[in-house]
Design a protein around this ligand. Structure first.
Ligand SMILES: CC(C)(COP(=O)(O)OP(=O)(O)OC[C@H]1O[C@@H](n2cnc3c(N)ncnc32)[C@H](O)[C@@H]1OP(=O)(O)O)[C@@H](O)C(=O)NCCC(=O)NCCS
Length: 156
C-alpha cells in the first residue's frame, strides 16, 4: 500500500462502506448500494482500494480478476479532491496489484463522453479496442472498451 504524509491507500474495509456508498450516490447515476459493496468484501475475485486522507475516503478503485483478465469495475474521486493525482495513485495501485498476481491484461468500459477518465486510462497505456453500443443508461450512451496488456505471453 502507498502512503505519504497526508494520504494513504488501503484495502476496502467495513468501516469504509458508508463513505464509499455516499461517494457512489454523489458521482454516478447508477450507484453501488451498501449491500453490493459489502458483498464485494466477501468476493475473493474482487479487490477494492480506497484512498484516505485525515480518516476520510477521497476516492477508490475496484477490480475483478477473471482468470488473469482484470476488469476495472470502478474508479471515483470526490469532486472536491479532483485534479490532485488521486485517481492516478489509485490506478497505479490497481495496476501494480494486477501485475503482482501475474494477470495478463486489464480491461474496462467508460462512457464515450467521459474525457477525464479516458485521459486517465490512456496515461496508463490503456488503448481503445471496441465499443459497446448503448451500454449505459441514465443517460443512455455507448461504452468505449479499453485494454492494457500486462504480459504478451498469456499462455505461459
Ligand atoms: C476520472 C476521475 C476518477 C479522475 O480523478 P482525479 O483524481 O481528478 O484524476 P487525477 O488528478 O489523478 O488525474 C490523472 C490524469 O487523468 C486525466 N484527467 C483527470 N481529470 C481530468 C479532466 N477534468 N480533464 C482532462 N483530463 C483529466 C489527466 O490525464 C490527468 O493527468 P494530468 O493531471 O497530468 O493532466 C474523476 O474525474 C472522477 O471521479 N470522475 C467521476 C467518476 C468517473 O467518471 N469514473 C470513471 C468511470 S469509467
Amino acid at each position: 500500500m502507498t502512503q505519504n504524509a497526508e494520504r494513504r491507500i488501503v484495502p476496502l474495509q467495513p468501516r469504509h462502506i458508508a463513505q464509499v456508498a455516499d461517494i457512489e450516490r454523489r458521482v454516478f447515476s447508477d450507484p453501488w448500494s451498501e449491500s453490493m459493496l459489502r458483498a464485494e468484501l466477501e468476493n475473493p475475485l474482487a479487490r477494492w482500494f480506497v484512498l484516505e486522507s485525515g480518516g476520510r475516503v477521497c476516492g477508490y478503485v475496484s477490480t475483478l480478476d477473471i482468470c488473469g483478465e482484470v476488469h476495472v469495475t470502478n474508479v471515483a474521486v470526490l469532486p472536491e479532491h479532483r485534479r490532485r493525482g488521486i485517481a492516478r495513485e489509485l490506478l497505479r495501485c490497481a495496476v501494480d496489484f494486477a501485475r503482482s498476481t501475474g494477470a495478463f491484461s486489464m480491461t474496462l468500459e467508460v462512457r464515450r463522453s467521459n474525457a477525464p477518465a479516458i485521459a486517465l486510462y490512456r496515461g496508463f497505456g490503456f488503448e481503445p479496442v471496441g465499443l459497446r453500443p448503448r451500454y449505459y443508461e441514465n443517460p443512455r450512451e455507448d461504452a468505449l472498451l479499453m485494454t492494457l496488456i500486462l504480459r504478451e505471453d498469456p499462455l505461459c
